[in-house]
Design a protein around this ligand. Structure first.
Ligand code: NAD
Length: 500
């Protein structure tokens, strides 16, 4: 493994200049402003530990002021022509694309991912703006005759109302656009609370939405050091009509319980524990390539990250050898350096949790085929690791690893693979490798996952319905399903003009 780390004490001019363009206040009713108590919090570079920026930290009062603003414009925003909302989203797509290098560098600085991956996230994240600009004008209702022929049924979709959107730190742009774009398309107003570890991208994105012509009050942003200080009062406020959350399952459960108070609509994109199943007839070159993508995107800090490599006995040794070789050749370093393929983990706690899982697995008999420990120095780096011979009941196969660690375990028959894959409370992404399409379909029918990749290590796309089953969540983001999360159905019964 190669390590290339430099820890600048003074940020290079291009980075400092970019950071100086990021709004540091709260966005309430179209104005960037200080927190009501003047409070602030720092945002750090996980590759160096340096402070990148200091942002206003919203209080509960600020959260309520943001909801005041969202509520005040909800009715007029709902009446805005769908085409007008679509064109704002399309301009936002163009602006994010024009500013792609700024967004990419900002994500690399605050989150740590390599620049090439950050550029990929800008493309992916921007696509939600373009996709929902196209969906905004295609929200169809229906008109039909009742079965007995006496009356008519009219069905229309209306915006659900003001929404609280809470996003995680791992995909700072895409997790925001995946919620904001369908909400704008549907005619909802919003209070967005980005993760406190990576709020800078969302701050710049919100300014970009204003630049694209979004009216004041439609999108309000309350970055804060206290997440529950924001969600607490808003979930108790009857003007809020929906909460859309992406993050961990324990926090999602808590928010669902709190959302019960006002019987809110909820969309929950929670944790995952993706199986990556390699059958004996798989193309092993493709399987290793897919394994690298499914495991190492975002350093393994992704809800879709392959977490359990289930490999059929007869190809396990060969697959593990090739996979370990590929993982061991990766270059770890600060994401801004061109050679870097693996950035730091988000913080010291994340790195230590990953190492605790690896140590416990090795203690239970697993073998580190490559990697196996943290990297010394500034920043929270962990070696790309492949663990062979992992016992089927090891903790590392049950928990979200959220790091560059791939545990490999074996199976005998297809039925074993299905049973092992389903032995999880999660059901988000899954990956299957085989040359036999019928075999893939047969397995897909029987595994309990919201998303299945056939011979593909990357499956996220703005046009596809992203989401999970079981404790991975409720609802879908993207696809034609994405906008439905932000609308409510109204039925109007009409007496038939001819028969009544
Ligand atoms: P997290 O649950 O700790 O935090 C997510 C967001 O919730 C952050 O904005 C955080 O500030 C906020 N939050 C935390 N506690 C809160 C509370 N009590 N009330 C209100 N808000 C609160 O998750 P994370 O560490 O930021 O993200 C990693 C997790 O997110 C992983 O479990 C990952 O699988 C999941 N994730 C899921 C998807 C998906 O689409 N299913 C996508 C990305 C990440």
């Amino acid at each position: 493994m190669t390590v290339s780390i430099s820890a600048p004490i003074v940020l290079p001019p291009s980075e400092a200049e970019l950071l100086s363009t990021v709004p540091t206040g709260l966005l309430i009713n179209g104005q960037w402003q200080d927190a009501s108590d003047g409070g602030t919090f720092d945002v750090h570079d996980p590759a160096t530990g340096e402070v990148l920026a200091t942002l206003a930290s919203a209080t509960s009062e600020d959260a309520v002021a943001a909801l005041d603003a969202a509520d005040a414009v909800q009715a007029s925003w709902a009446r805005t022509a769908p085409r007008a909302r679509a064109e704002i989203l399309r301009r936002a797509f163009d602006l994010v694309t024009e500013r792609a290098e700024d967004f990419a560098l900002l994500m690399t600085l605050e989150m740590g991912k390599p620049l090439a991956e950050a550029r990929g996230e800008v493309t992916y994240g921007a696509e939600f703006l373009r996709w929902f600009s196209e969906e905004a004008v295609r929200d169809y209702g229906r008109y039909l005759t009742t079965p007995e022929g006496k009356n008519k049924i009219l069905v229309q979709h209306k915006p659900v109302g003001p929404c609280l959107l809470i996003t995680p730190w791992n995909f700072p742009l895409a997790m925001a656009t995946r919620k904001v774009a369908p909400a704008v398309a549907a005619g909802c107003t919003m209070v967005l609370k980005p993760a406190k570890l990576t709020p800078l991208t969302a701050q710049l994105f919100a300014q970009t939405m204003l630049d694209a012509g979004l009216p004041a009050g439609v999108l309000n942003v309350v970055s804060s050091a206290s997440a529950s200080g924001i969600s607490g009062p808003l979930l108790q406020d009857s003007r809020l009509r929906k909460v859309s959350f992406t993050g961990s399952t324990p926090v999602g459960k808590r928010l669902m319980a709190d959302a019960a108070h006002n019987v809110l609509r909820t969309s929950m994109e929670l944790g995952g524990n993706a199986p990556f199943i390699v059958f004996d007839d798989a193309d092993l070159d493709k399987a290793v390539e897919g394994a690298m993508a499914a495991k190492m995107r975002n350093m393994g800090e992704a809800c879709t990250a392959a977490n359990r490599f289930l490999v059929q006995e007869s190809v396990a040794e060969e697959f593990t050898r090739r996979f370990a070789e590929a993982m061991g050749s990766l270059t770890t370093g600060r994401g801004t350096e061109p050679a870097t393929q693996v950035g730091p983990l988000i913080d010291a706690g994340a790195r230590d949790e990953v190492h605790a899982l690896v140590s416990a697995a090795v203690g239970a008999g697993a073998v580190a085929e490559t990697g196996g420990g943290p990297v010394d120095g500034p920043g929270y780096f962990y070696q790309p690791t492949v663990l062979g011979n992992v016992p089927n009941n090891a903790d590392i196969l049950r928990q979200e690893i959220f790091g560059p660690v791939a545990p490999v375990t074996t199976f005998d028959t297809d039925e074993d693979a299905i049973r092992l894959a389903n032995a999880s409370e999660y059901g988000l992404a899954s990956y299957l490798y085989s040359r036999d399409f019928n075999r893939l379909l047969r397995v897909a029918e029987q595994i309990e996952f919201g998303m299945v990749g056939f011979n593909a290590g990357v499956i996220s796309n703005a046009a596809a319905p992203f989401g999970g089953v079981k404790q991975s969540g409720l609802g879908r983001e993207g696809g034609s399903e994405g906008i439905a999360e932000y609308t409510t159905t109204q039925y109007i019964g009409l007496s038939d003009p001819y028969t009544n």
